[in-house]
Design a protein. Structure first.
Length: 171
């Protein structure tokens, strides 16, 4: 499935799709991926779990995904050249599947949460309760990201959303 044409985005969309599919399967009870990944992803920091899942899907190249980004230093994943600010539900729907989502505090410019975008407004992640009222304190789960702009707008006052496609990048 990989393409060698330098201007092609076929490989990139495939890697994002594989990342999104694994993220969804890891949150689906009864799937083989759930049995293996759910406990490992659920116990990690949200952005570490996001990177672990993408690395497991071969969506990124990362030999050690845990501990390489922090709340204050997240440009290694959400680099200025490749990230996009998502300001509403319409823009959310245009994010490629498998993209990294970063929720950032405007006041101190700290990353407060990370997830993987699944498409159709949904994302998978762990420790989601600090951004979503329906999120759990711990546990890899799928949530509706549209809630960030609607019912959880008050909870997220002073925060914004970044997206960065998963495209085989080395992190």
């Amino acid at each position: 499935m990989r393409t060698h044409h330098p201007n092609s985005n076929i490989e990139h969309s495939v890697l994002g799709m594989l990342t999104a599919e694994l993220a969804r399967a890891a949150a689906t009870p009864g799937s083989p991926e759930y049995a293996d990944l759910f406990p490992r992803l659920s116990s990690k920091m949200c952005w570490d779990a996001m990177l672990m899942c993408a690395a497991e899907a071969n969506g990124i190249k990362c030999s050690q995904p845990v501990g390489i980004i922090t709340a204050q230093q997240y440009d290694r994943v959400f680099d200025a050249e490749n990230r996009v600010k998502v300001e509403n539900e319409v823009q959310l729907r245009n994010i490629p599947r498998g993209s990294f989502l970063g929720f950032v505090d405007r006041h101190n410019n700290w990353l407060i949460h990370g997830m993987i975008y699944l498409g159709d407004g949904q994302a998978a992640g762990t420790k989601n309760s600090n951004v979503f009222s329906s999120g759990k304190v711990i546990g890899w789960e799928i949530l509706d990201v549209k809630d960030f702009f609607t019912k959880d707008r008050g909870l997220n006052a002073g925060r914004y959303l970044l997206a960065r496609p998963v495209d085989g990048q080395t992190i």
